[in-house]
Design a protein around this ligand. Sequence first.
Ligand SMILES: [Cu+2]
Length: 138
Amino acid sequence: MYGAPLREEEFMPAYVIQYYKPKKMKKTIHYFIAFLSFALMSHFAVAGNDTLEVKTTAVCKTCKKTIEHNLGFEKGVKSSNLDVESGIVTVVYNGKKTNPEKIRIAITKIGYGADSLMADPKAFNKLPDCCKSEDGHH
Ligand SMILES: [Cu+2]
């Protein structure tokens, strides 16, 4: 199936062969390994992150600020972004430190409904009037 092995000269132009002289080749390999381990490390660094989408009763920019700000204090939550149009908050969290149920409960304690969970009444009452929306509309 395979012909006689090609000599370097046959498939590499002279300037490439020059570049791949053993010493330089070794260096290239070192760079490659360094790059590979870096890529691998960054892969594992993000491996601990999970993403969750929660439908909230948020209705305005103030709701967005309130929810994102407060979720920032929640254990295991790395970041959150609320889409005002849909009321859906996307939460990036560490699955070893928290879970979707805890995050939903945290949202209810901020004063908003989270998926099927109702807002905590006390927290809800403390919200600015513009944010007190039970059906998701002003
Ligand atoms: Cu609001």
